[in-house]
Design a protein around this ligand. Structure first.
Ligand SMILES: C[S@@+](CC[C@H](N)C(=O)[O-])C[C@H]1O[C@@H](n2cnc3c(N)ncnc32)[C@H](O)[C@@H]1O
Length: 462
């Protein structure tokens, strides 16, 4: 029996999650990257022309550092999101991107910046402000020096506004991707949005929507007989994210503790659809963000003491959701936890949602479910885990992650996912990943999930 299998058995027998996959993490070997390098053509980075093992080894290690460095820019983007939409540090109205200039003229931006700096100086038990205090310090800015902090925040605001304008121009292209009957062409959008954020910082934003898309896709795959009852046991989520303060005003909240949703939502969907049996699921979580990894480690620590993990699930009522999304929202978590009283949202939400406010739910996720989640630091673009066939995954889910990478890097990621999937295993994602002829993965289909122009591609390990 291979070492990895023995570790897994020991871990489950001892009642602790393995936490050991990380030991088998490696950079993608040159031989495995070669089919992608051979196919890349003029997308190949200059340092990898006429590739050799030595060039690959140097490039992949240097690129890994560069990718991880993008997290800091994503954190600064989150700071701007919190500045615009946060309600935990200020009484000022939220700032909508469309009315940025008016908010600036009316002094709201200035007042929010002042409140944010004051909050960072004295964060109390506000974990977001504590984080931002550290973030500014890591950039050489002392939050107790309001002038420097203000300038630093304004510069980031201007950068984010500029990036959003560029993205919104690109968004106009997406509107033209329609079928002959004029309805959105989701399959075309699936390919179009790939790599859209390749020049932006990597953010941790997360919400309920991709999880709805994944449940829809899983249901479709079950109906078509691609996935069968009880078939899924070894599961991985790549990049589950952490809900800090979303870039989208409609679901940007900071009135509850930071939370991650995808691993629990996926576990819940698998049980609801009968694709997995309770108590036999293992959920590996791969991420490059130490914030995500540490967050889940801490939740596991509390779960070992019998504490559950509470998910807050607010939704704005003013902008109605389709019936099946609302039904999903109502049931989310019922297979992995129990309903508890939600945290009451601040009064401002009554005003900003046309007086209709937020509808809220909260779910207490059982400790045994939290303990199935094993976080591992892994850069899926450049790294993989050495696993024997029995330890490989039946299913991998990665949403809103590959959008940060160009086609070459997405192909590398696809092959790394293939390396840890069982033969016949599936990868589900909402970003198109280019397959390569000599590679291990094939795109088997794209499922239109009929919400928000999202589509889920499914890839099968050959
Ligand atoms: C925008 S969030 C998406 C969160 C969640 N999947 C969702 O759709 O709501 C992107 C997540 O992917 C992670 N991530 C980005 N690049 C990664 C990489 N190369 N390898 C592993 N995780 C990565 C980020 O740290 C973050 O947790």
């Amino acid at each position: 029996m291979r070492l990895a299998s023995i570790r897994l058995i020991l871990a489950f027998v001892c009642g602790v999650a393995p936490g050991l996959l990380a030991a088998d993490r490696v950079f993608t070997p040159f031989a495995s990257a070669k089919p992608v390098l051979d196919k890349a053509g003029d997308q190949l980075p200059a340092q990898l022309r006429n590739p050799t093992e030595a060039k690959w080894s140097a490039w992949s290690r240097q690129r890994d550092k560069a990718i991880r460095a993008r997290l800091q820019q994503g954190d600064l983007d989150s700071m701007v999101n919190l500045l615009f939409y946060g309600t935990s540090f200020t009484k000022q109205p939220r700032i909508r991107i469309e009315s940025f200039s008016e908010a600036s003229r009316a002094g709201i931006l200035r007042a929010r910046v002042d409140d944010l700096i004051a909050g960072m100086r004295n964060p109390g038990d506000n974990e977001r402000l504590t984080f931002l205090n550290g973030l500014l310090r890591s950039q050489g800015i002392d939050p107790s020096a309001p002038g420097d902090s203000g300038l630093f925040i304004y510069n980031n605001v201007m950068r984010v506004i500029q990036e959003m304008q560029t993205l919104s121009k690109r968004g106009e292209e997406a509107k033209r991707l329609t079928k002959p009957d004029g309805t959105p062409d989701e399959a075309a959008l699936f390919s179009w949005r790939a790599g859209l954020l390749r020049d932006r910082g990597v953010s941790l934003d997360t919400s309920i929507f991709p999880n709805f898309s994944i449940e829809q896709a899983l249901r479709d795959l079950k109906n078509r007989g691609v996935l069968r009852e009880g078939e899924v046991a070894r599961v991985a989520v790549i990049g589950p994210g952490l809900d800090f303060s979303d870039k989208n005003e409609a679901f940007s909240y900071d009135y509850y503790p930071q939370q991650t949703l995808q691993p629990f939502a996926l576990y819940d969907s698998l049980l609801r659809l009968g694709l997995a049996r309770a108590n036999v699921v293992s959920m590996s979580i791969f991420d490059i963000s130490s914030r995500v990894i540490d967050h889940i480690q801490r939740a596991r620590g509390r779960a070992r003491m019998g504490e559950s993990y509470v998910l807050q699930l607010p939704r704005g009522v003013a902008d109605p959701w389709p019936a099946d999304l609302t039904a999903y929202w109502r049931s989310l978590g019922d297979r992995v936890g129990t309903e508890v009283a939600p945290i009451r949202p601040p009064g401002i939400f009554q005003l900003i949602n046309g007086g209709q406010g937020l509808e809220t739910r909260a779910v207490r996720i059982r400790p045994d479910v939290v303990l199935t989640c094993e976080p591992v630091d892994l850069n899926i673009v450049l790294e993989r885990i050495n696993l024997n066939e029995a330890d490989k995954f039946d299913l991998i889910v990665g949403t809103n992650i590959f959008i940060y990478y160009d086609a070459f890097e997405r192909s590398l990621a696809l092959e790394n996912a293939g390396a840890i999937l069982k033969r016949g295993g599936l990868l589900l994602t909402n970003d198109q990943l280019p397959e390569v002829p000599a590679g291990s993965m094939r795109q088997a289909g794209v499922i239109d999930v009929q919400y928000d122009h999202d589509a889920v591609g499914w890839y099968r390990k050959r």
